[in-house]
Design a protein. Structure first.
Length: 267
């Protein structure tokens, strides 16, 4: 069976600005850490794969010394795990309160793919409880139960390494030619491409200016009739008309991959 694999953050819902950023800042406040990331700060932090890794970027020797934090690797590991656990709790509460609505087209395309017998999966290195919460609120509990979820600290290397997508392919029993990925970031796209996967990019607020050379289609979203999508780069000539349909996804799956060595203006 063909497979449709989604990233979570920025793909299923616009989670970064409305969810992760306030959850990080609330966590820092509760632990007495004198940090509050602005929107501009977080635009850089999202380029780091993984929540613990984003938090760890604070731990310069000077920051550790000034704030009386553990200086040894094991102590820092335990501290980061504690911070991240609390951050996940705060974030999940925001999801449960309905603060993070699904992005346009997600529920529609998932329903279409499920009805057509496609396998469905999420591949994300965000914490699994967070991913499952976003998934259920984005597509509903019935469809969410039909997904394979590959998330959290289950691979050695996070995006842009291909590990999470290779794990998803193994778990689904799928060949790269059987699957299409929906991503929102250059790091995520590079991870999917390195796993041999064709990729549709739905840009988010933090990623709209990134280089998506190698993607099969770049759109503003998957689109719904009330919130139509705009094609930003269409190297295969798919020409979605306001919405990306399952037929478009199937065409992408069966077409040759774009030349990832060429930038869009060179094609």
């Amino acid at each position: 069976m063909p497979a449709l694999i989604f990233d979570c953050d920025g793909v299923l819902a616009d989670t970064e600005r409305a969810g992760h950023l306030p959850a990080f800042n609330q966590t820092f406040l509760e632990f007495g850490i004198p940090v509050r990331w602005s929107d501009e700060d977080y635009a850089e932090k999202v380029k780091i794969g993984g929540g613990k890794e984003r938090m760890a970027s604070l731990l310069t020797p000077e920051f550790v010394r000034l704030n009386g934090l553990p200086a040894d690797p094991e102590g820092q590991k335990r501290m980061l795990a504690e911070w991240h656990k609390r951050k996940t709790e705060i974030y999940t509460q925001l999801v449960d309160e309905g603060r993070l609505p699904a992005r346009p087209g997600i529920a529609r395309i998932v329903a279409e793919a499920d009805a057509a017998g496609w396998q469905l999966a999420v591949a994300s290195t965000s914490a699994e409880p967070s991913v499952r919460a976003v998934l259920e609120h984005s597509v509903g509990p019935d469809l969410a139960a039909r997904f394979g979820v590959f998330a959290g600290d289950v691979v050695a290397h996070k995006k842009p390494a291909p590990d999470i997508y290779l794990l998803a392919l193994e778990g689904l029993g799928a060949d790269p030619d059987d699957a299409v990925v929906v991503e929102d970031s250059a790091n995520g796209m590079l991870a999917a491409l390195a796993a041999g996967l064709r990729t549709v990019v739905t840009v988010s607020a933090y990623t709209v200016d990134e280089d998506f050379t190698g993607a099969s289609l770049v759109v503003s979203s998957l689109g719904d009739p009330a919130e139509p999508a705009t094609a930003l780069d269409d190297p295969l000539g798919i020409h979605p008309h306001g919405v990306v349909t399952l037929g478009d996804i199937e065409e992408i799956r069966t077409r040759p991959r774009p030349d990832s060595r060429k930038r869009p203006e060179e094609r």
